[in-house]
Design a protein around this ligand. Sequence first.
Ligand code: GRF
Length: 247
Amino acid sequence: MSGTDYQSDTLNAFTPEPSQARRVVVLISGSGSNLQALIDAQTHDALGGEIVAVISNQPDAYGLKRARDAGIDAVALPHREYDSREAYDGALIKVIERHEPDLIVLAGFMRILTPRFVNRFLGRMLNIHPSLLPAYTGLHTHARALADGVTEHGCSVHFVTEELDGGPVALQAEVAVAEDETEESLQAKVQAREHLIYPIAVRWFLEGRLQLKGDQATMDGLALPPTGMRLSHQDAAEELDEDVDEA
Ligand code: GRF
C-alpha cells in the first residue's frame, strides 16, 4: 500500500455518514387539519423528520390536496376496491412499507385496523383521539362529554394497539368546558389543542425520547402514567393565545 493510498483510506474511514432524516407516513380519511399541523411543523424544522407520504382511504379527502400542495407524495387507496378488511390492510401495509417509515401517524384515519396491521407497526404507530383517554373512546366524543356535563375535556396522543383507542397514552391536552359550550365550540378548542400536541409527540418519538416498552409509553426511559404527560388548559390556552377567562 503506498503512502497516498493509506492517507486516502484513513480519510475515508473518518467520513461521517450523512445523517438520514427520520421518515413519517401519515394516514388520513378527511380534512387533514392535523396533517397540516404536522406539515407546518416540518416547514419550521420542528417535526424531527420528514413526511414522505400521505395515504387516504377516501380518494376525495381534502388532506390529499394539502399533501400535494406541500410537495408530499399523496396516495389514494380506496378501501371500497377491496373485498375484505384483511385484503385492504394487506395492501395498505405494502404501500406503507414501500416508503420505509420510522413512524406511522394516524391523523383522522377512520378505519378499524386488523390485528395483523397493528402488530406490523406496533411501537411505531401513533394516533390522536379527541378525548382525555381512557374517557370517551369511539365516536362523538364532544357530544357525549357535554351530555355528561363534564367540566374538563381534551385530546390524547397514544400508541396504537389492538384495543380501539386503548393504547398507552403519551400526551394529553386539557380543555376547560365553558358554561355556554356547544359541540362546535368544544370541537374547535379540542382541535386547536390537537394541532398543538401532535407535532410535539411526533418529534419526541422521532428523537427517540418517546417509546413503547411492553405495554407502557416511556419518555426518556421513564414509564409514563396511564394518562401520559398532560398540558393544562391554562398552558394550552396561553400557547394558543386564547382568552383564558372564557372558561
Ligand atoms: C380529529 O379530531 C382527530 O382527533 C380524530 O379525527 C379528527 C381528524 O381531523 N382522530 P383532521 O382530518 O385532522 O382535520
